[in-house]
Ligand binder design. Structure first.
Ligand code: SF4
Ligand code: SF4
Length: 100
């Protein structure tokens, strides 16, 4: 998958709980820029890195969720708004909250 369209909102880099539900806890490798964008501290080596006993970093296309405003949304998965302030299921496709 090309990363060209990524808006760096970081929503796909939050951790699921033991039941697989998204939480407001960011991956320990997610870094936050002052402008609200994010980046991965181990980007070149991220794929396959174990993040929790039940979580390995993988391709965005394999994620079980879609995220508000993400250009890679499929339309076939539930859409969530994810951030440090919380997680919410949404039903509209606006811009991601941390990208301006
Ligand atoms: S949710 Fe989409 S736009 Fe946001 S960081 Fe992940 S791939 Fe990029
Ligand atoms: S390791 Fe994976 S989930 Fe964690 S910040 Fe990097 S790309 Fe996101």
């Amino acid at each position: 998958m090309s990363d060209d369209k990524c808006l760096r909102c970081g929503q796909c880099c939050y951790m699921p709980d033991a039941a697989g539900n998204m939480t407001a806890t960011p991956c320990r490798y997610l870094r936050f820029n002052g402008d609200g964008t994010t980046f991965c501290a181990i980007y070149e080596n991220r794929i396959g890195t174990r993040l929790a006993p039940n979580v390995v970093c993988g391709l965005r296309s394999r994620d079980r969720f879609d995220y508000e405003g993400c250009p890679y949304n499929t339309g076939a998965k539930p859409v969530y708004r994810v951030g440090r302030n919380g997680v919410r299921r949404i039903f509209t496709a606006g811009p991601p909250p941390d990208c301006h």
